[in-house]
Design a protein around this ligand. Structure first.
Ligand code: HEC
Length: 139
């Protein structure tokens, strides 16, 4: 038996969640959740902190904000075609290293090192809300 998380399995786990990600109350709740991200992330375009700006991150290719030095696994994932959406970002937030490992394995790409984001947001509701909030700030 293997304990490896495949990206497909991780995404499938989220497919059973209720939809309605873009609802207004989710975004409002997500604004509070974003306080957990705000020590490392700004939502102002181009403003980097410990992490890159998250302005307009949904729909953008991973690891492509200007002037930010990303880890090699995230850079490799972006180069392999990872574009952030509500589904994959939720899986990423739950465990950045597991997500990147599964994604790169699926793409047949190898990358050394670990994700530079040492934070995990594990509650599905908080993930969905914070993503709705980030999306509502920059369309
Ligand atoms: C302790 C600091 C820290 C916290 C807290 C944090 N992050 Fe990050 N985040 C980072 C770093 C550093 C990176 C760059 C990762 C890399 O290069 O591997 C990153 C990268 C990201 C990326 C990829 C951005 C891109 O341009 O591809 C997303 C999306 C993201 N974080 C979302 C979040 C969200 C949402 C939260 C809050 C729930 C959060 N992060 C909390 C440090 C943090």
């Amino acid at each position: 038996m293997t304990r490896k998380i495949t990206l497909a399995a991780a995404l499938a786990a989220f497919a059973v969640l209720p939809t309605g990600v873009a609802q207004a109350q989710d975004a409002a709740a997500g604004e509070k959740t974003f306080r957990k991200c705000a020590s490392c992330h700004s939502l102002e375009a181009g403003k980097r902190k410990v992490g890159p700006s998250l302005y307009g991150v949904i729909g953008r290719t991973a690891a492509t904000t200007e002037g930010y030095k990303y880890s090699s696994p995230l850079t490799a994932a972006g180069e392999a075609g990872l574009v952030w959406d509500a589904d994959n970002m939720a899986v990423y937030l739950a465990d950045t290293n597991a997500f990147l490992k599964a994604y790169l394995e699926e793409k047949g790409v190898s990358a050394k090192g670990r994700s530079k984001m040492s934070f995990k947001l594990t509650k599905p509701e908080e993930q969905q809300n914070v993503i709705a909030y980030i999306e509502s700030v920059a369309k």
